[in-house]
Design a protein around this ligand. Structure first.
Ligand SMILES: Cc1cc2nc3c(=O)[nH]c(=O)nc-3n(C[C@H](O)[C@H](O)[C@H](O)COP(=O)(O)OP(=O)(O)OC[C@H]3O[C@@H](n4cnc5c(N)ncnc54)[C@H](O)[C@@H]3O)c2cc1C
Ligand code: FES
Length: 285
């Protein structure tokens, strides 16, 4: 049986980037501004990480930035990072790279999805847009440790069919008896025969039960804002719902003070927080 822990950074040397090599790149979205980067650590090293953690990804001469780990430890040594090209220094330079390129990685950093809490319970994953990355890690992890969790329900939405990440995998999940997948897009196209509608509306229709369950919600703030009242209406309590914050990080290890919300450092106390925890913090996120 797998061991879970909502631990802080598992990195042995969190300030030292480990050399990694870019193995392959997959264009995720039609507009090619989101790509998946598959990396392997050099010198035969591997990482001990958990779904929900992140890394500081660095490019020599450009700098570094925090990126969630989209792969699951159950998938082997290859680490997956799915990155939106903001036009900023690091993400733009990363998007120009091809296989064989050197990349630095600090991590794994931060806490994880609450795997201890989820064990033996039903898991509900609600994702919107490209914030689905670490939720993918969680879904893969649950599927690889299926006997440790109850039902797995995934509601995932994007603006358009082309904007959905991990399309080949979504097709597999759609057919799998191991999870229930509800895909939606704001607006379909001629090739889309699936559901149209915003994520909160679909959640309202799906009505995930709160009994013996934990939910993780990730997506644009507007999606979260409208999904929370739906969960409330369905009886979910703030301590049953978790999210991951993406904000103002620099060092990733609690040294620079850039990411703090009240007494909490998002980089070491998070990025995963329950909505019960967040409700006690100043509304700066
Ligand atoms: C814990 C954590 C996990 C993250 N995971 C991912 C991930 O899996 N995939 C991913 O693509 N990004 C992720 N991000 C966001 C990512 O860190 C930023 O997009 C990145 O720092 C931009 O770096 P840059 O050097 O390219 O751009 P910068 O030069 O830092 O910024 C360039 C432009 O991008 C904008 N920008 C900066 N941060 C963000 C942001 N968070 N969202 C949107 N625009 C932003 C800036 O306002 C600016 O206009 C994560 C952030 C955190 C804190
Ligand atoms: S990013 Fe530096 S303290 Fe959190």
């Amino acid at each position: 049986m797998a061991q879970y822990t909502m631990n802080k950074s598992l990195a042995k040397t969190p300030m030292v980037p480990v050399p990694a090599t870019l193995e392959r790149v997959v264009v995720e979205t039609g507009a090619a501004d989101i790509k998946s980067f598959y990396l392997k650590l050099r010198r035969g090293s591997s990482w001990d990480y958990l779904p929900g953690q992140f890394a500081e990804l660095s490019l020599y001469g450009y700098g570094e930035c925090p990126i969630g780990i989209a792969s699951s430890p159950s998938e082997g040594e290859e680490l997956l990072f799915t990155v939106f090209n903001t036009g900023g220094r690091v993400t733009r330079a990363l998007h120009r790279l091809g296989p064989g390129a050197p990349v630095g990685l600090r991590g794994p950093l931060g806490n994880s999805w609450p795997l201890d809490e989820m064990r033996g319970k039903n898991v509900v994953v609600i994702g919107g847009g490209f914030a689905f990355t670490t939720q993918r890690s969680l879904v893969k992890y649950v599927l690889a440790n299926r006997e440790d969790f109850g039902n797995l329900t995934v509601v995932y939405g994007a603006r358009s069919p082309g904007a959905l990440l991990y399309k080949p995998e979504l097709a597999e999940w759609g057919k799998s008896p191991e999870l229930t997948l509800h895909l939606t897009v704001d607006r379909g196209d001629e090739g889309w025969s699936g559901v149209e509608g915003f994520v909160p509306t679909i959640v309202e229709q799906v009505k995930p039960s709160r009994e013996n369950a934990i939910a993780v919600i990730c997506g644009p703030p507007i999606m979260i804002k409208f999904t929370l009242p739906v969960m409330d209406k369905l009886g979910w309590q703030p301590d049953q719902i978790y999210t991951s914050l993406e904000m103002r990080m620099k060092c990733g290890v609690g040294m620079c003070g850039r990411c703090n919300i009240g007494p909490k450092y998002v980089c070491v106390d998070g990025p995963v927080f329950s909505f019960a925890e967040l409700s006690k913090l100043p509304q700066e996120y």
